[in-house]
Design a protein around this ligand. Structure first.
Ligand code: B4P
Length: 193
C-alpha cells in the first residue's frame, strides 16, 4: 500500500488534507503520516508559530489573532502557502489548511492552475471533552481555557462547514480520533489503503 502511494507520487503529486477541531491531533498524525510515506508535512500553525518566534512583521500580526484563538486572516495564510504549493513536487500533507471556505476555494483555484488535485481529506472526529483535556495537558500559549473556548467556537463557525464542502466532492474520510495515538494512526493507514 505504501509503495502504491509512492509510485503514484512519481507521476502525480499526492495531496492529503487533515481537518478537525483544535487538539484533534492533526499536527501529531500529519507528521506521522508524512514521515511514513516520506511526504512533506506542511502545518500552517507551525509556519505561523515560527514567524511569531522570529518576530517578523507577519508573525507580529498573526500573533494578535492566535493569542485570542481567532483565525489569522485568509489573505495572510493564502499568501504564505501559495508559493510552497506551486513549487511542490512530492506528496504533501496539509495540516490546518484550509480552515475556511475561502481558503478552500483559493486552494482549489491554485491547484487547478497547476493541474493538481486533492486526493483525500482526512477528518479527525474527536469528542469535545477529550479535546479540552488534551489541550489543557499540552499547555501551549493558546491552550488557556478561555482561548480554547473561542478556538472551538471559531472551529464550529468557520472550519466545520468544510466537512460538507468536501463531502460534496466525495473527498472526506472520517476517522475516529478518540483512541490512543497508535490506534488512530492505524485507522488512518486503513483509509489510505
Ligand atoms: P494549529 O497549530 O493547527 O493547532 P491545533 O488545531 O490547536 O491542534 P492540532 O489538531 O494540530 O492538535 P495536536 O496534534 O497538536 O493551529 C494553531 C492556531 O494557528 C489556530 O488557532 C489559528 O489561530 C492559527 N492557524 C493555523 N492555521 C490557520 C489557517 N489555515 N487559517 C487561519 N489561522 C490558522 O494535538 C493536541 C494535543 O493532543 C497534543 O499534546 C497531542 O500530543 C495530544 N494528542 C493528539 N492525539 C492524541 C491521541 N490520540 N491520544 C492522546 N493524546 C493525543
Amino acid at each position: 500500500m505504501k509503495g502504491f502511494w509512492i509510485n503514484i507520487c512519481g507521476v502525480n503529486v499526492v495531496i492529503v488534507i487533515f481537518l478537525g477541531p483544535p487538539g484533534a491531533g492533526k499536527g501529531t498524525k500529519a507528521k506521522k503520516l508524512s514521515d511514513y510515506f516520506e511526504w512533506r508535512h506542511l502545518s500552517t500553525g507551525d509556519l505561523l508559530r515560527n514567524e511569531v518566534k522570529n518576530e517578523t512583521e507577519l508573525g507580529l500580526l498573526a500573533n494578535e489573532f492566535m493569542k485570542k484563538g481567532d483565525l489569522v486572516p485568509d489573505k495572510i495564510i493564502i499568501n504564505m502557502i501559495s508559493n510552497i504549493l506551486v513549487n511542490q513536487n512530492a506528496g504533501i500533507v496539509l495540516d490546518g489548511f484550509p480552515r475556511t471556505i475561502d481558503q478552500a476555494r483559493s486552494l482549489r483555484h491554485s491547484l487547478e492552475d497547476i493541474s493538481k488535485k486533492i486526493d483525500k481529506v482526512l477528518f479527525l472526529d474527536v469528542e469535545e471533552s477529550k479535546i479540552i483535556s488534551r489541550l489543557t495537558n499540552r499547555g501551549r500559549k493558546d491552550d488557556d481555557p478561555k482561548v480554547i473556548v473561542n478556538r472551538l467556537k471559531t472551529y464550529g463557525d468557520l472550519t466545520q462547514p468544510l466537512i460538507s464542502f468536501y463531502e460534496k466532492e466525495g473527498l472526506i474520510e472520517k476517522i475516529d480520533g478518540n483512541g490512543t495515538e497508535e490506534n488512530v494512526f492505524n485507522n488512518l493507514l486503513k483509509v489510505m489503503a
